[in-house]
Design a protein around this ligand. Structure first.
Ligand SMILES: [Zn+2]
Length: 155
């Protein structure tokens, strides 16, 4: 299979998903030239705001491989990822990402995530999402406990 074949599979998922109650997004994860996981956008179908195609594919790939570390894998997504999925792709340590539609294409049909990218550049106090710090001295205890834990799984 070629890169284009893998992307065509992600695109086919995105197209089929429109008739299947989801958004027009699909993704596949490939390891050793083989598709190990597929994901489709199921936000409205499952009432899950995090059920983007890339996150869904990452969850399935990690479950299949039995690891949170997807090094050695590549993701093919039918559209340039939103900030959440881009973050998930970094956290999963995927080797490479390929995308077909751009975030501008997505914006043109009503899927505009540029405001989140814009928010990331702002100081917390200047963002649209109101946020404030609470109980820092109580919460830090979990971090202290983690620091002192001898048998932790680092990631
Ligand atoms: Zn996303």
């Amino acid at each position: 299979m070629t890169k284009n074949d893998f992307m065509r599979e992600a695109i086919a998922i995105s197209i089929a998903n429109v008739d299947n109650g989801g958004g027009p997004f699909g993704a596949v994860i490939v390891k050793n030239n083989e598709i190990i996981a597929r994901g489709a956008n199921r936000v409205t179908a499952d009432n899950d705001p995090t059920a983007h195609a890339e996150v869904s594919a990452i969850r399935k790939a990690a479950e299949k491989l039995g690891t949170f570390d997807l090094s050695g894998c590549e993701i093919y997504t039918s559209c340039e990822p939103c900030p959440m999925c881009l973050g998930a792709i970094y956290w999963a340590r995927l080797d490479k990402m390929y995308y077909a539609n751009t975030k501008t294409d997505a914006k043109n049909i009503g899927f505009d995530d540029s405001f989140i990218y814009d928010e990331l550049d702002l100081k917390p106090a200047d963002r649209h999402l109101p946020s404030e710090t609470l109980l820092h001295d109580e919460a830090i205890k979990a971090f202290e406990k983690w620091e002192n834990k001898c048998d932790k799984t680092e990631y």
